[in-house]
Design a protein. Sequence first.
Length: 390
Amino acid sequence: MELPNWGIKLIRRLEEKGFEAYAVGGCVRDMLLGKKPEDYDFAVSALPDETKQALNGVPIFDTGLRHGTVTAVVDGHTAEITTYRTESGYSDFRRPDKVGFTRSLSEDLSRRDFTVNAMAFHPERGLVDCFGGKEDLKNRILKCVGEPERRFREDALRILRCLRFSSVLEFAIEEDTRQALLKHRELLKKIAPERLQAEFSKLVLGEWAEQVLTEYLPVFQVFLPEAGQRQSVLNWLPAEKKLRLAGVFSGCTPDETARALKRLRYDGKTIRIVTTLERYRQVPLETDRRQARKLVFLLGMETAEELLRFREEPELLKWLEVIRGQGLCCSLSQLSVNGEDLIRLGYPEGRGIGKALNRLLQLVLDETLENQKELLLKKAKSWMKLDCWR
């Protein structure tokens, strides 16, 4: 278990000025699990101004002074540095009303959510584990630090975080923590939809997503009543957000899915793709190139690919690769003729041009006509003679 060199350098700079400094939280957990941490957080005995003075010359940004947090950039790496602190009063069930600073690492660790996240590490002094986090990590158990009910009343988002960790880390939830989580699930109504969305999006990507969604369905129904209509499909879906979301709502209509996603403040693109996956989930499809081209025309390449992966259509996915690799025409913008070409051919300006272009495109998609300018203009000219382009 080792910190990167830049992290050791950061700790030493602070200790040279007489302060304590430790790596804390998720990065320690991940290192113990043998994973490379995505982010590194550090807890220090120094106040924010003292931290900035001790790290003079290092780029530092005030990212959360009220909570004692600054962000430093050390050798190109970003580190969040927070003063040891205590917290009290959670009137909004999310953030502390009062934050106090302390010089005690153990006090700081005691305010954290789960034992596996309440450990600290020093490159020379080793692991600080006041609450049995290492043992819980070994046994793959999620357990609150201290009294579970208090932890969830302090910050209701911890309820969903607990389920997210269970899904992603594949950890069981300790019984007292489980009971408190279920008891206080209604507090999730106090949490901003954007925060719920962030945790839920991570949760559905976990290996245990289906198991967690099933076992803790009453919790999810607090903010996602549509979850009761869900079918058990997550286990075989790739771990990609849009596909997993479509799996969660696979028993819903596209309109129900859209309402649920909007309520959680998902972006328009995600909503459009997920509802499209629902709409086309059981539509019969051929497995040839023409079908693949028509899907790209209807949905766009990205959504068509998502749909075929959702439906597990390997042959059509291969055809998408052919279409992409050969640059085959699947849209008006790729058609070898445009409106100006038709005007020069003798078409009057107006809706007839759009109608003719769309008819040409459909012939190309049906592969009854190649996307060659000369051939397309010849066909368009024949329509003029028949007066069938209007």
